[in-house]
Design a protein around this ligand. Sequence first.
Ligand SMILES: NC(=O)c1ccc[n+]([C@@H]2O[C@H](COP(=O)([O-])OP(=O)(O)OC[C@H]3O[C@@H](n4cnc5c(N)ncnc54)[C@H](OP(=O)(O)O)[C@@H]3O)[C@@H](O)[C@H]2O)c1
Length: 337
Amino acid sequence: MRVFQIQDDWGMANLKLADRPQPQPGAGQVLLRMLASSLNFRDLVVPERGYGSFTGKLPLIPLSDGVGEVVAVGPGVTRVAVGDRVCPTFFQGWIAGEPDLSRMTGSLGGPIDGTMAEFMCLSEQGVVKVPAYLSDVEAATLPCAALTAWSALATHGAVKPGEQVLIQGSGGVALFALAFARIAGARVTVISSSDEKIERLRALGADATINYRTTPEWSKPARALTDGRGFDHIVELGGEKTLPQSLRCIRPGGTLSMIGVLSGSSLATPLGLIITRQVRLQGITVGHRDGFEAMLRALEQHRMPVIVDRVFEFPALKEALAYLKSGSQFGKICIRH
Ligand SMILES: NC(=O)c1ccc[n+]([C@@H]2O[C@H](COP(=O)([O-])OP(=O)(O)OC[C@H]3O[C@@H](n4cnc5c(N)ncnc54)[C@H](OP(=O)(O)O)[C@@H]3O)[C@@H](O)[C@H]2O)c1
């Protein structure tokens, strides 16, 4: 079968098309014919071996997110049947409950082989059925970006109607967070680098927006949007440059979901604010299968649209990654298999 793999050494230059034997499902396993994949910021970092405590072995098939059709099942499989359309879960071993190291080490696209293959063979426990209303490329966007936003706002944040939520940027996680915050009935402020993107964020239902390029000290005007009270919840995606400002506009007792470090991963900020405002700093690492299935029920109930920016064909993975790196996208970048 045709795959993309990071071949014999780390580095984007070693990401190449290759052939591998087609896997066969054993007991409790399912074979998926992959239909589509989607890109996350992480997929730019993994080929350089730079993601967290990641210690993958080569060759490695990249990308965590995708959707496939079940084409064969091994003995004892009951969760899905041939013909079902399913997404693999990001953490293959995290079904429910509290995170622990063993549950959080088996992630697709590093260290486990990811979705850029014609076929994938996975445990039946590591897949979820996807709603019929979503196209293949739309469904392929769900395992990482969407579930991360869901875990932040629904699972851990329990955002309520009338609460104030601030979201950073218009990337994959941010757009899902905007949609989930709106479903929950929150008032949503989004900061973004461009007025053009801001117009599109408004069209998607953002109640207020701030351009953080033209207003680099955005925390003051952001706080003013909450009548001075501060945000109940901030979806923190920038890290180094944004966290100090988030701490200045979160309300006392509010929740900061720490998800990304797009602007850097070191911290120089008055930590006292976390204490005096009794801020809840909640790290988020994607989420578990139970959360994924809860999110799918919400998506189906609201027929929530998924914003896809551009679809590339399978052989054009590197062009798709370069496009992601440019940062000019609005919505998810997908691969048709
Ligand atoms: N913890 C987890 O489980 C988890 C899961 C998924 C992703 N992440 C992390 O979350 C971050 C976003 O991931 P993604 O896949 O959504 O990325 P993405 O789709 O590539 O999003 C990039 C967007 O973020 C915005 N951005 C960039 N720098 C920013 C800054 N300094 N302040 C505010 N916004 C900024 C930009 O939007 P504008 O042009 O509109 O400003 C940019 O288009 C990454 O750091 C990623 O590693 C973490």
